[in-house]
Every structure is written in C-alpha cells, then in structure tokens.
Write a protein that binds this ligand. Structure first.
Ligand SMILES: *Cc1c(COP(=O)(O)O)cnc(C)c1O
Length: 391
C-alpha cells in the first residue's frame, strides 16, 4: 500500500497505535491526485494481462478497495491478513465451510449470536459436520474428540456479556491441532485482540462497531496468510464479497473506530453504574463491574469493557412499558452504532427458545440489553431515569 511507512513497526519494534492505524492503516491515497482517501475503484472489468498482476475481479476479493479495508482491520487485529465480506454471516459461514468437512466435529459456545447458531444447527449439521455446544473452557475441553477440527466462541457473549479466558482456550486447542475462532464483534479490536492470546482466527460483523453508523452490512475474517489464502479459495466459490462503494463506506467508518469506542466504553460503564444503583433494577451484566462473574478474566484480556450491557428489572412485567418511555434511546435490534439502542432478548433475539431453555440460559423476561451509543452521558442517564420511573 502507498503509505506502508506510516503503518509499519518502527525500529523500536512498536507498531503505530490503534488510532493511527484506524486513520492510516491500509489506506491507498489517490495515486492520480494525492487525495488522502482510497478512491472508489468501481470497475468489475480490468485489462489483462496486466504486467505483474493477477486477474482483478471483485468476486476474487482482490480489488484495491477490498484490500485496503481488509488490511486496516488486519493491522488493528494484529493478524497477518484479512478478508472482507458482504455481511457478518458471509464471513462466519465461509470460514466454517472452508475449515470443516463431513465427519469433522466442531465445538461452539452455547450462547452464540442467533444467526450463527442457526447456521450451525441447520447448514453445518445438514452437511454432516458433528457439532457440540459448551459453556466454559472446561466444558469445551470435555467436548473435544479425536475428530474435532474447530472451536468457535464469542467473548463477551450476547446478552449476558460472559467472557471466556482466550489464552486458556488457545492453550487447550493448539496442541490438539484444533483451530480456534473468536467472534470479536462485541469487543472490537480497540478493546481486545484475540490473536495476541493465541487464537487462530478472528471474525467480525462489521455491520456493528467497525462501520459504526447502522447503515451497512459487512463482515471480516483476520488470521494468518495461510488461513486467509485457503479461505479466499472458498470465498471465491461462495461469492459473498463486498462491493467497492460499501468498502469505501466501511473504511470511512473505521477511521473513527478508536475515538468512538472510547466513548462507547465510557457511556456503557456510566450507564451500568447508574443502573446498579437504581431501586427498580435487580441485576446489571457488564464485564467492567467488579461483581460480574468474569470481571477478572475480562480485566486481563480486554483494554476496555465495551459498549454492550444488559440488566434485569425487579418486575419483569414492566419491560415493555419501560421501552415505551424512552425519548432519546431507541428500542431496536442490532447494535454498535452511534445511537443508543435497547431490546428485550426474550422477545427478540432469543424468542425462538422455549421459556425453559431461556431460563437455563439465564435470559429472563425482564432482561433488557443496551447498546450504549456516543450521545452525551447526562442525556442518556436522564433518559434511563425517566424510563425507569414507575417500573
Ligand atoms: C450481527 C452479528 C453477526 C451477524 O452479522 P451480520 O452482519 O448481520 O450478518 C454475527 N455475530 C455477532 C456477534 C453479531 O452481533
């Protein structure tokens, strides 16, 4: 890339910081004008043979826009290479399909993102991949068999923000030849780099924090050159690429990622502490609170605790009415954008579970999930205060 000098490790061995990488990493300034942004290269047809170049085609995942944004995320995640997809699910499904074949076994965390859970239990199972679900690193260890090829987890998880010890997970899997995959969507590379803990592949729904403005679907995988090359060979067949304009939009969103995450972290922590002190709230789930069951693990492997939290109302019957009393906060699915969103998982993301399954998973009818935005914290606290009045 044009400005590799800005994003390479210096003589001291220390690479540029994450805010610098957000702005400059991977970016390909306009060679024609010196414009500071990667231009949108819209062509699907490229003259060939092209001295020294491979055939370029958007579905080969090798255009300048695709490479620029993949490189930026790879640098932020401290991986060797990355690949950008048309959605989080395209990234997740393509990685799993490229790594697993009939007769293989894979272990998944039980409180997965709903779309991933659905993919695993329908598509992977239909293709003859054996799947197990587990909650803790100990349960994962017990589930590993001679034909286990992959372990896939999310940390922090949705909606209880449980965190798994990623170093312990990598140490368990590496000697057994089991590939580890972490969906890092909730934490973002600003707060957590699973590859530094020895994890093999990191996935993102870039729809959420990486783009950050609730106006684009995209996904990313970051891993070694070798894994990304193998993944690209499958991805070309499955065809889930991201087009040039969307790559540009994602690259623009990423430039402010570090700045946004700082505010998301601060606002989520303040909302969590406010809710914990509120008489209508029985419990708050946020890894930054000392009484969260995984606070110690989270403090070790995260630089910030993220923008997601959830809480339980003492009277679960009040959840619906409470959502109707917000003025700034919006009741909505999805997460990771600049606006604060709330939802009731038992009625939305976890609706398909039976009441008993929800109870076993710790998701009560009075549990409310919050994606803290970047608004002024005083306005947000006042809005939560108003919505909780009478709850
Ligand atoms: C949203 C989400 C996904 C799926 O991403 P899409 O862009 O909607 O395909 C995967 N994992 C997590 C944790 C998510 O929040």
């Amino acid at each position: 890339m044009m400005n590799d000098s800005r994003t390479q490790a210096s003589d001291s061995g220390q690479g540029p910081g994450p805010s610098t990488l957000c702005v400059h990493g991977g970016t390909h300034p306009d060679p024609a004008t010196g414009g500071v942004n990667t231009p949108i290269f819209a062509s699907t047809a490229h003259a060939f043979p092209n001295p020294g170049l491979e055939p370029i085609y958007p579905r080969y995942f090798n255009t300048t826009n695709q490479r620029a944004v993949a490189k930026k995320v790879a640098l932020l995640e401290k991986g060797e290479a990355g690949l950008v997809f048309g959605s989080g699910m395209a990234a997740i499904s393509t990685l799993l399909l490229s790594a697993l074949k009939p007769g293989d076994h894979a272990v998944f965390q039980n409180d997965l993102y709903g779309g991933t859970h659905h993919f695993v239990t329908t598509e992977l199972a239909r293709l003859g991949v054996e799947v197990s679900f587990a909650a803790t690193v100990g349960d994962i260890a017990a589930a590993i068999r001679s034909n286990t090829k992959a372990v896939y987890v999310e940390s922090p998880s949705n909606p209880l923000l449980r965190c798994l010890d990623l170093k312990a997970l990598a140490a368990l899997c590496k000697p057994r030849g089991v590939m580890t995959m972490v969906d890092n969507t909730f934490a973002t590379p600003i707060n957590q780099n699973p590859i530094e803990s020895g994890i093999d592949a990191v996935l993102h729904s870039a729809t959420k924090y990486l783009n950050g403005h609730s106006d684009l679907n995209a996904g990313v995988v970051v891993s070694t050159e070798e894994v990304i090359q193998r993944l690209t060979r499958s991805a070309v067949n499955y065809g889930g690429m991201l087009d040039a304009s969307a790559c540009y939009q994602l690259e623009r969103g990423l430039k402010t990622l570090a700045l946004r995450i700082e505010r998301h972290n601060g606002n989520a922590g303040s909302i969590a502490r406010f809710l914990r002190g509120h008489p209508s709230v029985s419990r708050v789930n946020y890894p930054g609170l000392e009484d969260h069951p995984d606070h110690t693990v989270a403090s070790r492997q995260m630089r910030g605790f993220g923008g997601m939290l959830s809480f339980e109302l003492k009277d679960p019957g009040q959840a619906g009415a409470m959502l109707g009393r917000f003025r700034i906060v919006t009741p909505a699915l999805s997460l990771g954008g600049v606006e604060t969103l709330v939802c009731v998982p038992s009625a939305t993301s976890h609706r398909s579970l039976s009441p008993d399954e929800r109870k076993a998973a710790g998701i009560s009818e009075g549990l409310i999930r919050v994606s803290a935005g970047i608004e002024d914290i005083g306005d947000l606290i006042a809005d939560f205060g108003t919505a909780l009045e009478g709850a």
